[in-house]
Write a protein that binds this ligand. Structure first.
Ligand code: IPM
Ligand code: MG
Length: 371
C-alpha cells in the first residue's frame, strides 16, 4: 500500500529523532511492501523564523491531505525566556490540534523490564506497570478565554467543557479499556471544579454502555500521588487537557526516561504522532538525543493505519535495542550510542528480524549490525 505521511520535524532535536523514525518506516516499507511518501512541512520556532507564523497555512494543507502526521518537537529558549513574546512556537502546536480536531491524545506508559533500574522509583513499585493515558486535547483551560487587565495586575484563564467534548473521548477510553484490563479511572478535581463535576456526571452516565469496564474516580492531587505510590493500579486513565499534561510527564518517570514516551493525537479526520519529550535545545545537532520515543510514535502511526504486524516489528526492534543496550546516553552512561546509530540499528533489525544475524562485535564498534 501507499501512504502519504506529513512530516513536521520542528525545532531542537525534532529533526534528528524524526529522521530515525523515518528510517524505521522505510525499513517497514521494504519488508512489508508499503510505500511511505513523506511531505515535509514547518511548525514551531523554525516556522516563525522563516515565515513569522508558527503554523503556516501550507503546513495545515499538507497535514489535511495526509494519511497520518509524524511530528518531532517544538520550542526554543529564546521564546521560553520571554513572557512578553506575542508569537510563540507552542501556538503552532495548539493550533494544529484545534484546527485538525485532534481531541484524543493517547500516551502509553510502560515499565520496560530492561529499564527498570533507570527509574528513580523502586523495582517492586513499577515492575509490570502498563498504563494508557487518554488526555482530552482540544478543550479546557488551554483553549479558554485569556485576559490580562489593562494595568497588568490581574490575569484570567477560563476553563470550559461541553458534554459532547467529554463524551467523544470517553467513548474511546472505554473502548480501549475493553481491549485491556477493563478498568477506567477518571482523573478530575470534582470536589472543586464545575467542569470536573460535568466530567464525572457525563462519564458515569456513559458507563452503562460499557458494563464490562470497571469505572473509578480519583482527584488529580491524589492521582499524582498514586502514580508514584502504586502505578500498577492503573489501566486506562481518562482526564482533561491540563491534568493530562501534568500526569503524563509524571508518569514518564516510571518508564525510566521521557525519551521513550510516544503519543498519538487523534481526531475524526486526521491523526498526529509525536514523542512527548520537548525540543531539548541543549542537545540540538549533537546526535545524542534518544530517538526511541519518536520511533515508537511511528509504531503508533502504523497501528493507526491498521498495520499491526508492521507496528509490532518496530516495537520488537525497540525492545531489542533496549536489551542489547544499543541506546543513547540518557539510558546508557557507559557506552552510549548516537541518535543515528540507534536509528540504524532499529532499521537493520526490522529488515532482518532474526537474532542469529546480529553481529555483536560490529554493533559495539558502531558498525553495521547485520553480518
Ligand atoms: C505536551 C506539551 C504541550 C502541552 C506544550 C508544548 C504546549 O507539554 O504536548 O504535553 O502542554 O500540551
Ligand atoms: Mg506536556
Amino acid at each position: 500500500m501507499k501512504y502519504t505521511i506529513a512530516v513536521i520535524p520542528g525545532d531542537g532535536i525534532g529533526p534528528e529523532v524524526t529522521e530515525q523514525a523515518k528510517k524505521a518506516l522505510n525499513a517497514v516499507g521494504d519488508v512489508y511492501d508499503h510505500t511511505f511518501i513523506y511531505k515535509e512541512a514547518m511548525m514551531g520556532a523554525c516556522a516563525i523564523d522563516a515565515t513569522g507564523n508558527p503554523l503556516p497555512n501550507e503546513t495545515l494543507a499538507v497535514c489535511r491531505k495526509s494519511d497520518a502526521i509524524l511530528f518531532g518537537a517544538i520550542g526554543h529558549p529564546k521564546y521560553d525566556n520571554d513572557p512578553t513574546a506575542k508569537v510563540r512556537p507552542e501556538q503552532g502546536l495548539l493550533k494544529i490540534r484545534k484546527e485538525l480536531g485532534l481531541f484524543c491524545n493517547v500516551r502509553p506508559v510502560k515499565a520496560y523490564e530492561q529499564l527498570i533500574e533507570n527509574s528513580p522509583l523502586k523495582r517492586e513499585i513499577i515492575e509490570g506497570t502498563d498504563i494508557s493515558i487518554y488526555r482530552e486535547l482540544t478543550g479546557g483551560i488551554y483553549f479558554g478565554i485569556k485576559e490580562l487587565s489593562d494595568d497588568g495586575q490581574i490575569a484570567f484563564d477560563g476553563c470550559s467543557y461541553s458534554v459532547e467534548e467529554i463524551e467523544r473521548i470517553a467513548h474511546l477510553a472505554f473502548k480501549e479499556a475493553q481491549t485491556r484490563r477493563k478498568k477506567l479511572t477518571l482523573v478530575d478535581k470534582a470536589n472543586v471544579l464545575e467542569t470536573s463535576r460535568l466530567w464525572r456526571k457525563t462519564v458515569t452516565a456513559l458507563a452503562i454502555q460499557y458494563p464490562d469496564v470497571a469505572l473509578d474516580f480519583l482527584f488529580v492531587d491524589n492521582a499524582a500521588m498514586q502514580m508514584i505510590l502504586n502505578p500498577k493500579q492503573f489501566d486506562v486513565i481518562l482526564t482533561e487537557n491540563l491534568f493530562g499534561d501534568i500526569i503524563s510527564d509524571e508518569a514518564s518517570v516510571i518508564g525510566g526516561s521521557i525519551g521513550l514516551l510516544a503519543s498519538a493525537s487523534v481526531g475524526k479526520e486526521n491523526a498526529m504522532f509525536e514523542p512527548i519529550h520537548g525540543s531539548f535545545p541543549q542537545a540540538t545537532g549533537k546526535d545524542i538525543a534518544n530517538p526511541l520515543a519518536s520511533i515508537l510514535s511511528a509504531a503508533m502511526l502504523l497501528h493507526h493505519l491498521g498495520l499491526h504486524k508492521e507496528a509490532a516489528a518496530v516495537e520488537r526492534a525497540v525492545e531489542k535495542s533496549l536489551s542489547l543496550e544499543i541506546t543513547t546516553e540518557d539510558l546508557n552512561k557507559n557506552k552510549p550510542f548516537s541518535t543515528s546509530k540507534v536509528g540504524d540499528f532499529i532499521a537493520d533489525y526490522i529488515e532482518n528480524q532474526d537474532d542469529s544475524v546480529l553481529n555483536f562485535q560490529n554493533i559495539h564498534m558502531g558498525q553495521s549490525t547485520i553480518i
